[in-house]
Design a protein around this ligand. Structure first.
Ligand SMILES: Cc1cc2nc3c(=O)[nH]c(=O)nc-3n(C[C@H](O)[C@H](O)[C@H](O)COP(=O)(O)OP(=O)(O)OC[C@H]3O[C@@H](n4cnc5c(N)ncnc54)[C@H](O)[C@@H]3O)c2cc1C
Length: 449
């Protein structure tokens, strides 16, 4: 909006701006942790972010040697490399299948990114999108079992697909595994030097350079609190939109928002460590992101259980070890570690021991290195950011019904003229990529100016 010369004011409830992209000393002084997101395949791959001068405002991407490391109990590992060949070469009998699956998708990524990271519309690259769609619409389990013979490839793909926060038996869950694997090959899974906050600070500096204003510590409780303006864009999920604007909506639209469904939650942890994580598989040190769960069966069970409201003994754990690649996160020999597992929506169970047991399983001696830890169950996450309803980090379940058309058939629009939704509850959904806001702003510019 600001790039189009409109005057923009951002009201932020919290003292520090950034929502899902913020950093803070959560454990001990001198240890910089990312409160929510930490790893950015979708940000570096975002057509909108690519168009912004973020590096001029201090954003520097760090690309670890490998995007993801997926260790197994036998001490081996599969890594997601920039090269499809180098990744496939680790998959034994599934080398050819992986190559056959990925080569055309990665070749088509340039352009496909615009189609995938946006709402349903006439695709710019229909053939590429059709090829992707036929694969992505499948359950991740079915794709993995149909394409791969050995456990290494199946477990590796399951770990990436589990970012969907859906049971891997659900239709559409393969799309997440494919998008993130393609992104790993096409653009990498980078981290931001100095922490997630640097991405937010660069976006804020760009906005300010265009005359925009940001007012922190200003929770908006009703539309009436806002100054008169032609457009209001809500970076909120449907429940909050109903709270601040519900009385203005048509009964039908209000009911549609009420029916929006939230997904499972996250139990987030951060650690201050006296040394690097002592991985059994040393190749794990080449990646910022580590997926802990081993086999497809174990990961699928963990995700299915969380979806059904159950807690498992061995949760699938997503870790990031940014300080291995970024000296600004901790002093000299010390390290930071970031991680979470999926839990039932609104869960109040303490998963800390189970998460740490999973790390210890693949890195014996890890627990002895812990000098500080921070725990954020779903309710704590929600306290830090009201958008994380029940700990749902994606702004609502991304099952088939809500994958393309979210939060309602109107997507960014509402039943009130000039009022829009621009959060992860709109297409293309969760993740730090700015594309929800981009498409919401485009719609607002077209309709209101
Ligand atoms: C633990 C965790 C790990 C994640 N890891 C990754 C990752 O590694 N990579 C990735 O791409 N994504 C990741 N995500 C997801 C990503 O952070 C979100 O999908 C993304 O930030 C959603 O963007 P958004 O603009 O919809 O909302 P948010 O980024 O959540 O921003 C919403 C903002 O609105 C503010 N707000 C809420 N209510 C009000 C109100 N009434 N008045 C004023 N302000 C209000 C909030 O304080 C917040 O600043 C993670 C999320 C979490 C929680």
């Amino acid at each position: 909006m600001a790039q189009h010369g409109k005057s923009v004011v951002v009201y932020e409830a919290q003292a520090n701006i950034g929502g899902g992209a913020r950093s803070a000393e959560l454990t001990l002084p001198g240890f910089i942790h990312d409160l929510c997101s930490s790893v950015y395949p979708l940000a570096i791959g975002s057509p909108f972010f690519r168009s912004l001068p973020l590096s001029q405002h201090g954003l520097e991407w760090i690309q670890p040697a490998a995007a993801v490391a997926h260790p197994f109990d036998d001490g081996t590992v599969v890594t997601l490399e920039r090269s499809v060949e180098a990744t496939a070469a680790q998959l034994g009998p599934d080398e050819q299948s992986y190559r056959k699956l990925m080569v055309p998708l990665v070749a088509g990524w340039n352009g496909l990114d615009v189609d995938l990271l946006g709402p349903v519309r006439a695709p710019r690259h229909p053939w590429n999108l059709a090829r992707f769609g036929l694969l992505g619409i499948q359950p991740a389990r079915r794709l993995a079992e149909g394409r791969f013979q050995a456990e290494r490839a199946k477990g590796f793909f399951a770990g990436i697909a589990a970012h969907s926060m859906l049971p891997l038996e659900n239709w559409g869950s393969a799309a997440f595994g494919l998008v993130l694997a393609i992104a790993g090959h096409a653009v990498g899974w980078p981290i931001a030097r100095g922490g997630a906050q640097k991405l937010t600070n660069a976006l804020a500096a760009h906005l300010r350079s265009l005359g925009g204003e940001i007012i922190p510590n200003r929770p908006v409780r009703s539309l009436g609190e806002l100054p008169a303006s032609r457009v209001v864009l809500c970076d909120l999920t449907p429940r909050q939109v109903l709270e601040i604007a519900g009385e203005h909506f048509s009964p039908h639209y209000r009911e549609s928002l009420r029916q929006y469904r939230y997904g499972m939650g996250a139990f987030k942890m951060d650690w201050a460590l006296s040394g690097p994580v002592p991985w059994t598989a040393v190749e794990c040190k080449r990646a910022a992101t580590i997926h802990l769960g081993g086999t497809l069966e174990e990961i699928a069970f963990s995700e299915r259980s969380a979806w059904r409201g159950e807690h498992v003994e061995r949760p699938f754990v997503l870790l990031a070890q940014p300080s291995l690649f970024d000296p600004e996160r901790a002093s000299a020999t010390k390290h930071t570690l970031w991680g979470y597992c999926h839990v039932p929506h609104g869960s109040t169970s303490n998963m800390a021991v189970k998460i740490e047991n999973q790390i210890e399983r693949f890195a014996p001696g890890f627990k002895d290195l812990v000098i500080g830890r921070s725990l954020m169950p779903p309710n704590e996450l929600e306290k830090h950011n009201a958008n994380l309803i029940g700990g749902d980090i994606n702004g609502g379940a991304a099952d088939l019904r809500q994958l393309f058309l979210r939060p309602t058939l109107k997507m960014y629009g509402t039943s009130v003229k000039g009022l829009y939704i621009c959060s992860a509850s709109t297409p293309p959904g969760g993740g730090v990529h700015g594309m929800c806001g981009y498409f919401a702003a485009r719609k607002a510019l077209k309709e209101m100016f």
